[in-house]
Design a protein around this ligand. Structure first.
Ligand SMILES: *Cc1c(COP(=O)(O)O)cnc(C)c1O
Length: 425
């Protein structure tokens, strides 16, 4: 690396530090190109991307079909707002509704907006359909959740950094333990004002917590029994990441990988984002059947950019890639290899305690305290060794590559990870 090139990345970082709000703490690497499972830094160094922009880039960087769809549409019509119709939105809504087997879709842009939308739909449903008294509706959420960064969403977070000095907080949320079916049952049986249960099928930001087998199915059955909406936040877990089209399908008995039938755990409200666009453009969506979505009427909700023609074209292309390239199946197969290869190493390791996850959403637990910087230091070394990953806590590293990876590349990555861990033994 020449002195001149070194300056290029330092300069980029300095500019961000000087002119950008300091709301992130990025790994020090400056990227300027991506293709498939790889990204390149400004010095031309090539890396495997093992974060995939938090599972937005499931289809791989700059997938040609997605980029072409985006460019074509961008040349034709980009935004009408919803004051007028456009000829792409309906096509996309039909495509996505058939893809995920729901009656209706409400288009938004970011994941947090889609979560907000789901919460609003749930409350409105509670008053207008379930008959809960005005302003009394409550929504159950889980400890250690991550659903985004808006004022309401951080109101029910228990991350002190995400919450502190952002009050007063939005009321109407009850927090229970994740993966605790008894607690859910107790609340549902004792409180008639519960409108919904908002859950991540696997808790991603918390450190890839996979609930016990059958948890989602039982939770969904309890919600049904008590006339409570089961709201699945699949912003990170959805769209083939965990080896199924949706992670809620993981508790489903149907063998179909690209399931669009009726799984045992079909959310009443499904929240999607991130990989809806393959990382090309902000696209999020809330899906529900007519009995729920019909509470939304003109004027009740909206977004200037939600459902714009570029987003619609990009999302159709991005979902088509997931199906045409069998990404769910690939994620399931490679995920098994990833965990079994790492487990072999972990048996003899002092630094790595365990590996957990589903499909290609995995985490390795590092044998140090949660407030240590060991995971961060390992990620710096991984970077030096050509692989980019990010800690979710001081002692957990998430590994989530694009789903277009092949077995040879995955095995190459496993050896990079093991080689790096060995440097910390
Ligand atoms: C990333 C994420 C969100 C928020 O999405 P943004 O696009 O960052 O607003 C919500 N829920 C889950 C589970 C996520 O992983």
């Amino acid at each position: 690396m020449s002195v001149l090139e070194q300056t290029a990345s330092q300069k980029a970082i300095e500019l961000e530090n000087k002119y950008g709000a300091h709301n992130y703490h990025p790994l020090p690497v400056v990227l300027n190109r991506g293709e498939g499972v790889h990204v390149w830094d400004v010095d031309g160094k090539k890396y495997y991307d093992f974060l995939s922009a938090y599972s937005a880039v499931n289809q791989g960087h700059c997938h040609p079909k997605i980029v072409d769809a985006m460019n074509e549409q961008a040349k034709t019509l980009t935004l009408t707002s919803r004051a007028f119709h456009n000829d792409m939105l309906g096509k996309y809504e039909k495509f996505a509704c058939e893809f995920f087997n729901y009656d209706k879709l409400l288009p938004m842009n970011t994941g947090a907006e889609a979560v907000e939308t789901a919460l609003k739909i749930c409350r409105k449903w509670a008053y207008e359909k379930k008959g809960i008294d005005e302003n009394e509706a409550e929504i159950i959420v889980c400890e250690n959740n991550f659903h985004g960064r808006t004022t309401t969403i951080i109101s029910f977070s228990n991350d002190p950094v995400a919450r502190k000095h952002f009050g007063p907080y939005t009321k109407g949320f009850i927090k229970i333990e994740y993966d605790n079916i008894e607690q859910l049952q107790q609340h549902l049986e004792s409180n008639k004002n519960i409108a919904g249960f908002l859950v991540e099928p696997i808790q991603g930001e918390a450190g890839v917590f996979v609930p016990s087998e059958g948890y989602l199915k039982k939770a969904k059955a309890l919600c049904e029994k008590h006339n409570v909406l089961f709201i699945a936040d699949e912003v990170q877990t959805g769209i083939a990441r965990t080896g199924r089209l949706l992670a809620t399908c993981g508790d489903c008995s149907c063998p179909e990988k690209n399931c669009s039938g009726t799984p045992d755990v079909k959310a009443d409200i499904l929240i999607l984002g991130k990989a809806m666009s393959g990382g090309a453009y902000p696209v999020s969506a809330v899906l529900a059947n007519d009995n729920v979505m019909s509470v939304i009427k003109p004027g009740t909700h909206g977004s200037t950019f939600g459902g714009n023609p570029v987003a619609a074209a990009v999302a159709i292309a991005a979902l088509s890639v997931v199906r045409d390239e069998n990404l769910a199946e690939n994620a399931e197969r490679l995920g098994k290899i990833f965990r079994s290869e790492l487990n072999k190493y972990i048996e003899t390791s002092n630094i790595a305690k365990s590996v957990r996850g589903k499909g290609l959403l995995n985490a390795v637990l590092i044998n140090d305290s949660e407030d240590s910087d060991t995971a961060w230091n390992i990620c710096l070394k991984l970077r030096d060794n050509g692989l980019l990953a990010k800690p979710t806590h001081g002692n957990i590293i998430r590994f989530a590559p694009p789903l277009v990876m092949n077995e040879e590349q995955l095995r190459d990555c496993v050896s990079i990870i093991i080689k790096t861990l060995k440097e910390f033994e």
